[in-house]
Design a protein around this ligand. Structure first.
Ligand SMILES: [Zn+2]
Ligand SMILES: [Zn+2]
Length: 276
C-alpha cells in the first residue's frame, strides 16, 4: 500500500500530509488509478482501485509503518533531502537519502522474503548507480530464532551479515519497534555431520550491536564504502541516455549497468522522439 501517488499534473503527493483529497491519483509504480484511504487508526495511504498484481499493493501493514517511521526519523534528525517511495530508474526506493559529496543511500524496508535473484537484481541496479543500499529487515520472516540463540537465516541475511558478499556497498540490520540490531553471525557446527550447517547460525552476542533507530541512521550517515562491490552484468537490455555536452547527442547504454554501447545516430534519435 503506497504512501505516495502521482496526480494529473504529474506531481507526487504524500498520503499522510495530503491537502487536496478530491482529485485523481495514480500509482507511481504501475500508473493505475488509485484511491486515497483516509484512515484514522492506520497511516493514511493510497490503494489501487482495481485488484492488481502491482508490487505496491502487496506491501504489508508492517512494511508501510516502518517505511514511514524511517522516513520521519531521517527528517527529524535534520536531513532535508529525504524522500519516500523515490523512483530510481526502474526501481522505487522505500526511502531515499540524497547527500551532497557522499553517495546517496537507498533504504529497503524488507518485511517479506523473496528470491535471492530478485534481491541481487535490485542491489546491482543501485550499486551501478553508486548508491549505498541499506536493508532494514522487519517482521517474522527474518532473524528466525529456531532454538535459543540458533538462527535459521534466509539467503539474503546470510549473504549480507555472514558472507559479506556485497562488501561495503550493502549493509543491513534488524528493526523491531525503535530498536536496531546489527548482528554478527557465526555458522553453527553440526555434530556428527560433515562440518558446518549451511543455514544455521549462532548470533555472536558480544560482537552484535544494538542501538536506537536514531543512532543507526547517524551511523549510516558516517558509513564509508571502503571496499565496493562490483556486480556482474549480462547487458541484456538497452536504454538511451542524453549526453551532457555542448552538442546534444544520445548514447545507447546497458539499462542495468549503464555501460556505453554506442552513439545513437541523430536520425534514429529523432525517430525515437528525442529532441535533438
Ligand atoms: Zn501500482
Ligand atoms: Zn550491463
Amino acid at each position: 500500500m503506497p504512501l505516495t501517488a502521482t496526480t494529473n499534473s504529474g506531481a507526487r503527493v504524500f498520503a499522510p500530509e495530503l491537502e487536496r483529497k478530491n482529485q485523481d491519483f495514480f500509482c507511481p509504480f504501475c500508473k493505475a488509478p488509485m484511491s486515497f484511504v483516509d484512515a484514522t487508526l492506520k497511516i493514511k495511504h493510497f490503494r489501487h482501485m482495481v485488484k492488481t498484481s502491482c508490487n505496491y499493493e502487496t506491501e504489508t501493514e508492517e512494511h508501510k509503518n516502518y517505511k514511514y517511521a524511517v522516513y520521519k526519523k531521517l527528517l527529524a534528525i535534520g536531513n532535508e533531502n529525504v524522500f519516500i517511495e523515490h523512483p530510481v530508474g526502474k526501481l522505487i526506493a522505500d526511502v531515499y537519502w540524497k547527500r551532497s559529496g557522499e553517495p546517496d543511500i537507498a533504504f529497503e524496508i524488507q518485511a517479506t522474503n523473496y528470491s535471492i535473484s530478485k534481491y541481487e537484481e535490485k542491489i546491482a541496479y543501485y550499486v551501478f548507480r553508486n548508491i549505498v543500499v541499506v536493508y532494514i529487515f522487519v517482521g517474522e520472516d527474518f532473524c528466525n530464532e529456531i532454538r535459543p540463540n540458533v538462527y535459521s537465516l534466509k539467503e539474503i541475511e546470510k549473504r549480507i551479515f555472514h558472507e559479506k558478499k556485497y562488501r561495503d556497498s550493502v549493509i543491513g540490520c534488524y528493526l523491531d519497534g525503535e530498536s536496531i540490531t546489527i548482528p554478527l553471525f557465526s555458522p553453527k557446527f553440526a555434530k556428527g555431520g560433515d562440518g558446518y550447517c549451511t543455514s544455521r547460525f549462532i548470533m555472536m552476542r558480544a560482537l552484535t550491536e544494538n542501538m536506537p533507530l536514531n543512532g543507526y541512521l547517524q551511523h549510516v550517515n558516517r558509513y564509508v564504502v571502503a571496499r565496493p562491490y562490483f556486480p556482474e552484468c549480462s547487458h541484456e537490455a538497452i536504454a538511451y541516455e542524453k549526453h551532457a555536452g555542448k552538442i546534444t547527442r544520445y548514447k545507447v547504454v546497458c539499462s542495468v549497468c549503464r555501460k556505453f554501447v554506442k552513439w545513437l545516430p541523430n536520425d534514429e534519435a529523432r525517430k525515437l522522439g528525442f529532441d535533438i
